[in-house]
Design a protein around this ligand. Structure first.
Ligand SMILES: C=CC1=C(C)c2cc3[nH]c(cc4nc(cc5[nH]c(cc1n2)c(C)c5CCC(=O)O)C(CCC(=O)O)=C4C)c(C)c3C=C
Ligand SMILES: [Fe+2]
Length: 496
């Protein structure tokens, strides 16, 4: 059935509304830049004053946090950036960061208008980045980053297959390379040998890089005895129209950053570093709201226009860790997964032409929440607990029997809970003019059989939203816990 075959009609409204690592090189120029602006001190001085003040004020606030959104310096400072970029000629990002002191600290460098003077000035007197650029998330820790932290503006999901003949040793070397690169990039350091310049002027921009293992990884590396039972293939669902070429894979990488160049740079480096050990199997690009786009931080919207993510489990909830992460005292064959999590990844295309043709009232009924503010149809505001037992005066359920939030809720699924951390995607338009767009749905849980699987089974049978969705690709990955400095992600599996 094509998207256009849906017979829903809008009644009350119009359309809703790599190079191989090498020794560290001396300063490198940004390709194609000109140094001439450095010779205009008057203008540069003015720019420096303005931008430095804004940057200093914002640097104390975490990217994407309340302060960053309120002050909104990131977008306001954009006009000043080209001059800074030009002035950065001849200064490697690594060098700038070295001057600034501890990597990863707020207000690193490079974006400041001090750069508008000249190279030497930049080196001696780096100005802080604005709030968005300076945000950094830790690579090392009990859990990997990119799970419980807020989804960033830009996302790349990629799966790699080990090359024929690549064994456990090759896989271990790859994970070691990838981990070292991710640790550098997330701290705002330029990895050794990286002279691409792609992210040269930017801070870490809340970059996260998260690594996982698919079911097939374990056979290829002779580690089948350590494959967790939780990696059993997902059942088939009736809404599935899966493309095997864009599904599964030996290794999975999730990249997120609040800057598109920073995110691409990470993806490109990892792809280069895969070298002869692994080949890209599939790759998808996604996005979310930009920090500062809204007056205050608020739950993001998806491409159907709905506020999406409200009833996600909150890190402040005492049950959060148990729902999302494998217990840290895990023993047995999959003890290496202690502190890890399982990611279910689904590319879900939205049948937007059909959806947009529904009246607002019907759209809200399908979800069970108001579109304008995400409040449940049982009453209150966005964060009011949903009352699934509330009836309207006419005797009908306030939240319909097939409403998405009723069918998906833990209350309807014996407590099954997952953390949804999605990116929207748009890959152009199909031959019939319908947008090839939707959600790169990533669900995190300690056990997919107690999270995604029962919920999707139920949605498959009785969710009013499912007729507007097509699941086009699928992956299930074991995402190990984080690592300590000097270690790499997956070391406990590969060297245990
Ligand atoms: C198998 C799990 C889920 C899939 C697949 C899924 C797809 C999907 N969902 C939306 C939009 C919304 N989902 C919302 C809530 C919600 N969704 C799931 C699970 C899946 N969604 C859960 C567990 C919940 C929370 C239910 C609850 O306890 O209330 C909402 C409401 C706002 C919110 O709470 O996040 C929206 C909107 C889309 C568009 C989509 C596929 C493209
Ligand atoms: Fe949902």
């Amino acid at each position: 059935m094509t998207e256009r075959s849906q017979d829903e009609e809008k009644t009350s409204q119009g359309p809703q509304a790599g190079k191989a690592p090498q020794a560290e090189e001396p300063a490198r120029a940004v390709k194609g830049t000109k140094a001439t602006k450095a010779g205009k001190p008057g203008k540069a001085a003015k720019e420096a004053k303005t931008s430095t003040a804004a940057g200093t004020a914002a640097a104390t606030k975490p990217a994407g946090g309340a302060g960053a959104a309120k002050t909104g310096p990131g977008r306001g400072e954009q006009p000043g950036r080209p001059a800074q970029a030009r002035a950065a000629k001849g200064v490697s990002r690594r060098r700038l960061l070295g001057t600034a002191g501890a990597a990863g600290a707020a207000g690193l460098v490079a974006g400041g208008a001090a750069g508008a003077f000249a190279t030497e000035t930049v080196r001696k007197d780096p100005a802080p980045l604005n709030g968005v650029g300076s945000g950094s998330r830790p690579f090392h820790g009990v859990h990997q980053a990119g799970i419980a932290d807020p989804a960033q503006t830009c996302g790349h999901l990629a799966a790699f297959d080990l090359a024929p003949g690549a064994d456990r040793k090759a896989a271990a070397a790859l994970l070691r390379r990838w981990s070292a690169t991710a640790a550098d990039l997330m701290a705002g350091r330029t990895p050794k040998g990286d002279d691409s310049g792609v992210a040269l002027d930017a801070g870490p921009c809340s970059l996260t890089v998260t690594f996982g293992f698919g079911r097939t990884f374990f056979d290829r590396t002779g580690l089948a005895s350590k494959r967790p039972a939780a990696l059993e293939p997902l059942p088939a669902f009736t809404a599935d129209a899966l493309d095997p070429k864009r599904s599964e894979g030996d290794l999975w990488v999730q990249i997120g950053a609040d800057d598109a160049l920073v995110a691409f740079h990470a993806l490109r480096l990892l792809q280069q570093q895969a070298g002869s050990a692994a080949r890209l199997r599939w790759q998808m690009n996604g996005f979310n709201r930009t920090p500062g786009a809204t007056a205050q931080p608020m739950t993001a919207r998806n491409l159907m226009g709905q506020v999406d993510g409200t009833n996600n489990p909150k890190p402040s909830d005492p049950r959060f860790t148990g729902h999302v992460y494998v217990p840290e005292d895990r023993s047995g064959a999959d003890a290496w997964m202690a502190g890890g999590s399982y990611a279910v990844v689904r590319r879900i295309r939205m049948l937007l032409d059909s959806w947009d043709n529904l009246s607002l009232e019907r759209q809200e009924k399908v979800i069970g929440r108001r579109k304008s503010d995400g409040a449940p149809l049982s009453g209150g505001t966005e964060t009011t607990p949903v009352d699934l037992n509330k009836f309207r005066e006419d005797g009908s359920l306030a939240i319909a029997g097939d409403a998405h939030i009723r069918v998906a809720s833990p209350a309807s699924n014996r407590g099954a809970t997952m953390l949804r951390r999605a990116f929207s995607y748009h890959d152009g338009f199909l031959d019939d003019g319908a947008p090839d767009a939707g959600l790169l749905f990533v669900a995190w849980q300690a056990d997919p059989l107690k999270g995604f699987v029962p919920v999707q089974r139920k949605l498959d049978r009785g969710d009013g939203l499912s007729r507007f969705l097509r699941h086009e690709s699928s992956g299930l990955y074991a995402v190990p816990g984080g690592c300590a400095p000097g270690e790499y992600v997956g070391q406990r599996l590969l060297e245990g």
